[in-house]
Write a protein of this length. Sequence first.
Length: 138
Amino acid sequence: MNIRLRPWQANDLEPLVKLADNKRIYDQVRDLFPHPYTFDDGKYWLSVNVGVTPVINFVIEVDGQFAGSIGMVPQTDVYRSNMEIGYWLGEPFWGRGIASKAVELIVNLIWHQYPEVYRIYANTYEHNEASKKALLKN
């Protein structure tokens, strides 16, 4: 299985909406992630992520197929040496170690591209055991 992170592209709209419009995903992420997830939501997301440099939000791709998203949130002020990460994975891709690998990839990217960062962290809901396992593996 080939798992990679890549920048967002305009043609990601349909697979994004197809996977993101899922209450089971919405129940595991922050309130900023809409439900239902509409084409307008997807268009907005793409408008703020396609062609942006530096890339801070990535598509998780599995064997060339759109599978979800992972991103980083640079912190500011006294927390400027911290980077938060967040991610979601489409339900058809759950339970296959994909989130663990995506976390590994973004952590390595952060260590190499952001030498000022010394702390990388993520938050999960208490009931999200799969996400906790993905983070603990890393």
